[in-house]
Design a protein around this ligand. Structure first.
Ligand code: 3PY
Ligand code: MG
Length: 254
């Protein structure tokens, strides 16, 4: 159950997949690969409360850490996915210390937050009782604040100083949109790459975890070079597209 934290505490990078397709067969198929974790996306992906609950169980049964991105400012969902057994909750668009405090309030038990007691299902999923959950498990419920706007960057020090924020997750697409004021994303482009480097450096100095989304292996390698702790590479549609492309490239009749 502490797989995620064990990997992080050993200083190793967590390699994560990213999935918004809710079909269990699809999730089982990508869980066959050597991901340490999979992000289940409720913001832009199709997961709802029922499908995310089933997906978390599917991943736990396969030894993959379930990380869940909740929809915007849905603190009720943040608490529920932890009750369902998520090991990390990712909150999009955390722009201020106040946003960060609301996030922490929903996801951490007292005295750090005000999470309501109800982790029976999460505990049983990991084969422990609720006492054990309370003793150990709270440390394994990472609250990852997404930093993906200019405002968030301006407020970075205050956001990461909020007690209970376990780390940040950089959303490079929205970050570029916000900085460039252009709806076409330019992830890790010239206008934001130094911002990304600075976010990683400041989080490291503050002693919190860093995570980031990457669309392809090149971007993932770049993040690894920066020392990012949790790196997601690609997402469901790119896994399908790359697989189809590889099949077509191998055909000698088309
Ligand atoms: C972004 O790049 O904005 C993200 O949210 C990654 O999914
Ligand atoms: Mg985003």
């Amino acid at each position: 159950m502490k797989r995620l934290m064990r990997i992080l505490d050993a200083g190793n990078v967590v390699l994560s997949g990213w999935c918004g397709i809710t079909d269990p067969r699809y999730l089982e198929a990508i869980a066959e690969y050597d991901f340490d974790a999979i992000v289940l996306d409720m913001q832009h992906g199709f997961f709802d409360e029922t499908t995310v609950q089933n997906a978390i169980a599917t991943l736990v049964a396969r030894g993959k850490a379930p990380l869940v991105r909740i929809p915007l400012a849905r603190w009720d969902t943040a608490a529920r996915v932890l009750d369902f057994g998520a090991l990390a909750v990712i909150a999009p668009m955390i722009n201020t210390a106040e946003d960060a405090r609301s996030f922490v309030s929903a996801t951490r038990f007292v005295p750090v937050g005000e999470r309501s007691f109800g982790p029976r299902h999460a505990a049983s999923l990991y084969g422990i009782d609720t006492n054990e959950y309370l003793q150990n498990f709270d440390q394994c419920s990472l609250a990852l604040a997404m930093i993906e706007t200019r405002e968030a960057y301006q407020n970075l020090d205050e956001i990461i100083a909020v007690d209970g924020i376990g780390g940040v997750l950089i959303g490079p697409g929205d970050l570029s949109i916000s900085f460039r004021q252009n709806p076409i994303p330019d992830a890790y482009g010239v206008d934001t790459i130094d911002v990304v480097k600075d976010i990683v450096a400041r989080c490291k100095q503050a002693g919190i975890k860093t995570a980031a989304f990457s669309i392809d292996p090149k971007a993932a390698n770049m993040l690894h070079g920066l020392g990012v702790d949790i790196i997601s590479v690609g997402l469901d549609v790119t896994y399908i597209a790359e697989g189809v492309k590889a099949h077509f490239a191998g055909l000698d009749f088309r």
